[in-house]
Design a protein around this ligand. Structure first.
Ligand code: COA
Ligand code: AMP
Length: 639
C-alpha cells in the first residue's frame, strides 16, 4: 500500500472491498482471524469480519506491552484547571484498566451489560471506557455539558447496570457538580442502575452512600487484574448518543472489529501518525472525536495521546495549546475550528506563538463544523504546516472526506474537505436519488455498504436506523449534510439539511429545543433555527409567537425560555437569543418555513415558496428581524 497512489488505493477499496479490508484487518492482533470479511445480512445491511474475535482494550494496551512498548507513555493528562499533570505508560494504564475491569466484574458487570460514563476530561474516564471494552460491557459516555434531563433520557434508553461519574468537572474556574447532576437525573429516570461509581475529586469532596455508591479507586482495589474477554467483531463496543431532529437522541452503536480496523487504517492514511508519535485531539471524551481520537485510535496505533482538561483560551490564556505542544512535543493536533477562532480573537497577532517552540507539530486537523476560510488562513499562516479540514460524523466514527496526507497530499481548495477517504463512495444526489452534475449542490450520500467502523444500528431502535439513514435513497446512507463536488472530485460540505446545528463544534438538535420552548404555557408556537456566530460557528435562535389569552411580562418570558432550555439541554446549547414575532411563516399545509427564515437572517437571497400561506408574513418577519438587529449584525459578520 505504501507505494500506491491515492487513486489506486481508493479504487481498490471500492472494487475489491473484501480483499482490501481483509488486508487492513490483518494489521491488528485478533484472537481469531476473521474468515468472513463482509456479509450482506439483509437488504442494505452488512456486517464486517463476522466470525473474527478480538478485544479493543487488548489492542489498545496489552498488544503494545507485549510488543515492547510497556514503558512508552500511553497517556498524558494535562489539566490547567486543576494544575495537575500525570503520565501513564502503557504498562501503568493496562494495570489500572485491568484492575478496574476486575472491580466491575466483581460487581457483576459482564459482557453485554451497559454502563453509562458521565465524566469530565480526567484519566479515570479513559480507564472506565477501556475497562468496559475489556469486559465486553457496552459503554455509553454522556458529554458533561449536558443537563441532568439529557442524562436521564440516555439512562432510560441505555438501561445501564452501573453509572460511573466524578464528584465534579471544572469549566475554567467554575465547578460543575457532576454527582448532584447524576442524582437529579436518576430522580427523573425510570431506570435505576445497580451501582453508582464516583471518582471523588479534591475540588469537590462527596459524602458517598457506600451501599450503592462506590469510590472509583475502591472499585479498582476490589478487583483482580483481568485478561481481555474475547469478543466477536460484531459485538457492540459502545453506544454514543447524538442529536437527531427530535428530543430523543440517536444511540449510535459501534462494533469492535470494524471500528478497530478502520481507526488503525485512518491513523496511517488520514493522519499519517506512526507508533510512538504524540497525538493530541483537543476535544472531549463525550463526543465521537474523543472516543475515536483521544482514546481508541491513538492507543491502537501505539501513539501517546494527550487528555487535556482545559480550554484553548482562559486556561490561563490563548497560549495554552502552544505550551502543550512544546512541553509534550505533540506531532499531530486535532481540534474544531471554533478553538482556533477563540485563539485568533484573543491573540490575532500570534504573540503567544512566539513564546513557544512548536516545531514538533506536523499537521493540524480540523473537523466538527464548517471551517471558515479566514480561520483556515490564519491557522495556516501562523503554524506554517499543513492544515487539514476533514469531514465526518458520529455515525461514521472516522473521516469520510479528507486530504489523505498519509498517502498523498493534495492541493487545498478553500471551503473543501478535499477527497473521499478510501472506503467511502461519496455521491451527491438530487431529491429523486439521481447523481447531480459537478458543481451542483445536493444531498451527500454514501453508497452502501459503508466501510468498517461505521454505525451498526441505533440502540433499541433498528427501525429508526432504517428510516433515518437507509430509506431516503435506496442503496445509500443519507448523511444529513448537503454539498457538492467540483470537477476534480473535491467535496464541499455546505451544512446540515435537517434540524441539527453545530455550536462550537457541538452537535445539537434545534428540533429538541423547539419541543422544549413549546412546552411553556405562554408560547403558542415556535421555531428554533441556527444562525451564524463569529466565535461558535452557529448558535440557536428561538423565534416564537406568544399566546395572547393572558397577561404576562414578555421580557420575563424570554428569560424563562432561556432558562428552560439551559435546564433541560444544558449550558452547551448556548440558547441565549430569542425573538418574539406575531406569526410564523408557514406553507398552506402548516409547515414552518425555517429555511426561508434562515436565509432572511443570513441575508441570502430566497425564492418565495410557492406553497406559502401568506407572503406578507415574510415582509413582516424581515422587519422584526431588522428591528432586533439580527440581519444587520450578520451582514457585518460576513464582510
Ligand atoms: N461540562 C460542563 N459544562 C460545559 C462543558 C462541560 N464539559 N463544556 C461546555 N460547558 C458549558 C460552558 O461552561 C458554557 O457555560 P456558560 O454558558 O455557563 O458559560 C457553555 O457550556 C457553552 O460552552 P462552549 O460552547 O464551549 O463555550 P465557551 O464560551 O465556554 O468556550 C470555546 C468556547 C470555543 C473556547 C470552546 O467551545 C472550545 O474550546 N471548543 C473547542 C472545540 C471542541 O472541543 N469541540 C468538540 C467537538 S470536536
Ligand atoms: P458530529 O456527529 O458531532 O461529529 O457532527 C457531525 C456534523 O458536523 C456533520 O454532519 C457536519 O454537519 C458537521 N461537520 C463535521 N465536520 C465538518 C467539516 N469538516 N466541515 C463541515 N461540517 C462538518
Amino acid at each position: 500500500m505504501d507505494q500506491s497512489s491515492y487513486q489506486d488505493i481508493y479504487n481498490a477499496s471500492l472494487e475489491s472491498k473484501a480483499a482490501f479490508w481483509k488486508e487492513q484487518a490483518e494489521q491488528l492482533e485478533w484472537f481469531r482471524q476473521p474468515s468472513s470479511i463482509l456479509t450482506n445480512t439483509a437488504k442494505n445491511r452488512y456486517e464486517w469480519f463476522e466470525d473474527g474475535e478480538l478485544n479493543t482494550s487488548y489492542l489498545a494496551l496489552d498488544h503494545h506491552v507485549k510488543n515492547g512498548r510497556g514503558d512508552q507513555v500511553a497517556l498524558i493528562y494535562d489539566s490547567p484547571v486543576t494544575g495537575t499533570k500525570k503520565i501513564y505508560t502503557y504498562k501503568k494504564l493496562l494495570d489500572q484498566v485491568a484492575r478496574f475491569a476486575g472491580g466491575l466484574r466483581s460487581l457483576g458487570i459482564s459482557k453485554g451489560d451497559t454502563v453509562v460514563i458521565y465524566m469530565p476530561m480526567i484519566p479515570e474516564a479513559a480507564i472506565a471506557m477501556l475497562a468496559c471494552a475489556r469486559l465486553g460491557a457496552i459503554h455509553s459516555v454522556v458529554f458533561g455539558g449536558f443537563a441532568p434531563h439529557e442524562l436521564a433520557i440516555r439512562i432510560d434508553d441505555a438501561k445501564p447496570k452501573a453509572i460511573i461519574t466524578a464528584s465534579c468537572g471544572i469549566e475554567v474556574d467554575k465547578i460543575i457538580p457532576y454527582k448532584p447532576y447524576v442524582d437529579q437525573a436518576l430522580k427523573e429516570s425510570a431506570h435505576q442502575p445497580d451501582y453508582k461509581i464516583i471518582h471523588e475529586r479534591p475540588e469537590q469532596p462527596e459524602r458517598l452512600d457506600y451501599k450503592q455508591e462506590l469510590g472509583f479507586y475502591h472499585v479498582m482495589s476490589q478487583g483482580e487484574a483481568i485478561p481481555a474477554e474475547p469478543l466477536l467483531s460484531t459485538d457492540p463496543l459502545y453506544i454514543l448518543y447524538t442529536s437527531g431532529t427530535t428530543g430523543m437522541p440517536k444511540g449510535i452503536v459501534r462494533d469492535n472489529g470494524g471500528h478497530a480496523t478502520a481507526l488503525k487504517f485512518s491513523m496511517k492514511t488520514v493522519y499519517n501518525a506512526r507508533p510512538g508519535d504524540v497525538y493530541w485531539a483537543a476535544s472531549d471524551v463525550g463526543w465521537v472525536v474523543g472516543h475515536s481520537y483521544i482514546i481508541y485510535a491513538p492507543l491502537i496505533q501505539g501513539c501517546t495521546t494527550v487528555l487535556f482538561e482545559g480550554k484553548p483560551i482562559k486556561t490561563p490564556d490563548a497560549g495554552t495549546f502552544w505550551r502543550i505542544i512544546e512541553e509534550y512535543k505533540v506531532n499531530h493536533l486535532f481540534t474544531a475550528p471554533t478553538a482556533f477562532r477563540a485563539i485568533k480573537k484573543e491573540d490575532f497577532q500570534g504573540e503567544f506563538f512566539k513564546r513557544h517552540d512548536i516545531s514538533s507539530l506536523k499537521t493540524l486537523f480540523l473537523a466538527g463544523e464548517r471551517c471558515d476560510p479566514t480561520t483556515y488562513q490564519w491557522a495556516s499562516d501562523h503554524l506554517n504546516i499543513p492544515v487539514v479540514d476533514h469531514w465526518w460524523q458520529t455515525e461514521t466514527g472516522w473521516p469520510i472526506v479528507a486530504n489523505p496526507i498519509g498517502i498523498e497530499q493534495f492541493p487545498v481548495k478553500a471551503g473543501s474537505a478535499t477527497l473521499p477517504v478510501p472506503g467511502y463512495e461519496v455521491r451527491i444526489l438530487d431529491e429523486g436519488g439521481h447523481e447531480v452534475d459537478s458543481g451542483k449542490e445536493g444531498f451527500i450520500a454514501v453508497k452502501l455498504p459503508l466501510p468498517p467502523g461505521c454505525m451498526k444500528t441505533l440502540w433499541n431502535d433498528d427501525k429508526r436506523f432504517e428510516t433515518s439513514y437507509l430509506s431516503t435513497f435506496d442503496g445509500y446512507y443519507a448523511t444529513g449534510d448537503g454539498g457538492y463536488k467540483d470537477e476534480d472530485g473535491y467535496v464541499y460540505i455546505m451544512g446540515r439539511i435537517d434540524d441539527v446545528i453545530n455550536v462550537s463544534g457541538h452537535r445539537l438538535s434545534t428540533g429538541e429545543m423547539e419541543e422544549i420552548v413549546a412546552t411553556h404555557e405562554h408560547v403558542a408556537e415556535c421555531a428554533v433555527i441556527g444562525i451564524s456566530d463569529e466565535l461558535k460557528g452557529e448558535v440557536p435562535l428561538g423565534i416564537f409567537v406568544a399566546k395572547n389569552d393572558s397577561e404576562f411580562d414578555h421580557q420575563q418570558l424570554e428569560q424563562e425560555l432561556i432558562a428552560l432550555v439551559r435546564r433541560q439541554v444544558g449550558a452547551v446549547a448556548c440558547f441565549k437569543k430569542l425573538v418574539e414575532v406575531k406569526r410564523l411563516p408557514k406553507t398552506r399545509s402548516g409547515k414552518i418555513l425555517r429555511k426561508t427564515m434562515r436565509q432572511i437572517i443570513n441575508a441570502q437571497p430566497y425564492n418565495m415558496p410557492s406553497t406559502i400561506d401568506d407572503p406578507l408574513i415574510l415582509e413582516e418577519i424581515t422587519n422584526t428581524f431588522k428591528e432586533h438587529n439580527l440581519i444587520t449584525q450578520l451582514e457585518k459578520e460576513e464582510v
